[in-house]
Design a protein. Structure first.
Length: 334
């Protein structure tokens, strides 16, 4: 079975004819010598709102998308911007959202246009697909470890105020440990409303050291930005009472085997895995390199923030409206 190249107009007429005869996608694929996924994708992308597939309309839509993808071949500044952001681990959706926000003096394009360009013939040798995040075939929950000791004075995540749950108020954090193979952990703290992230290497999973590291970080923050923290049941967070006493910080804990309940920090951990995979020796990553990685993520626009960056969102909580332009060398404007 050959699946090389785009569908031709003749193939699109054949798809329409076979669909009218009641043939299945798999049967049509066999008839045309294409993969079933190609036929499925063609019907999903190019059928009309009423569900009918018209070959002329499908061909016109394909040509329109192709013309847009060629924009990146014609506009060098735009192409350079896209490639630079890909190297900084931005996704095509994040790049497109940032361009549409008007922060750059560049032509706005869709994420589909970026994907089409990456996989298109002109960029085949560049292999830009290697800069895309790895896609998992199946998503599932990862069970937490059973705590070796009971965590005293713990408050359930279900006791969090509604202002924490709906992210109406800033200053509420989630904490976790990023574990790399046979090396010491990285403490990761993510502010729920802005998704702003702070990280620091620890010597081990000692509860006293973890609490001390969190206190050192939070003491440098404006009091309005340190209201609560949510953890899983890892015994590294067993001394959370120190945070309550020293900072008047409310602490909450996920249900057993439900670390997914602190979704903000779990999400950033997934992003950080692109730079800090499990097999890496974290001792060979100096503090400066680690902070550069965190800075890069804090300067990456997020769809959930209306394609603002976590840095912008955090500063907005303090009444500071900062504009950022990456095409001018990360220029900041208040």
């Amino acid at each position: 079975m050959s699946d090389y190249g785009h569908l031709t107009l003749d193939e699109r007429f054949a798809i329409a004819r076979l669909r009218e005869c009641g043939r299945s996608k798999r049967s049509i694929a066999r008839e045309l010598g294409r993969s079933p996924s190609t036929i499925k994708r063609e019907l999903e992308r190019n059928s009309n709102a009423d569900g009918r597939y018209r070959p002329e309309t499908a061909e016109a839509r394909y040509l329109a998308r192709r013309a847009k993808s060629l924009l990146l071949d014609r506009l060098d500044d735009l192409a350079c911007f896209v490639v630079e952001r890909l190297h900084e681990n931005w996704t095509p959706e994040e790049i497109a959202g940032w361009l549409k926000s008007g922060a750059e003096q560049l032509t706005a394009i869709s994420h589909e246009t970026i994907y089409a360009w990456i996989y298109g013939r002109s960029q085949r040798q560049a292999r830009l697909w290697r800069l895309l995040p790895r896609k998992k075939g199946k998503r599932g929950f990862r069970p937490a470890r059973t705590p070796r000791i009971a965590i005293k004075e713990r408050s359930s995540i279900h006791d969090r105020p509604q202002s924490v749950e709906d992210r109406a108020e800033g200053g509420h954090w989630e904490g976790d440990l990023l574990i790399c193979k046979k090396t010491r952990p990285v403490l990761v703290l993510c502010e729920r409303k802005s998704r702003f992230t702070i990280a620091a290497k620890l010597n081990g999973k000692n509860a006293e050291e973890t609490a001390t590291a969190i206190m050192c970080i939070f003491k440098r923050l404006d009091p309005a930005l340190r209201r609560s923290a949510t953890f899983d049941n890892d015994t590294a967070f067993a001394r959370h009472s120190l945070l309550r006493q020293a900072l008047q910080l409310a602490t909450f804990f996920c249900d057993a085997y439900a670390s997914w309940q602190k979704g903000a920090v779990e999400n950033i951990n997934g992003r950080l895995r692109r730079d800090l995979p499990r097999k890496i020796n974290i001792d060979k990553v100096c503090d400066h390199e680690l902070q550069d990685i965190i800075l890069m993520h804090n300067l990456t626009p997020r769809k959930c923030l209306g394609f603002k960056t976590p840095t912008q969102a955090l500063l907005q909580q303090l009444g500071l409206d900062i504009k950022i332009s990456f095409s001018r060398g990360v220029a900041l404007q208040s």
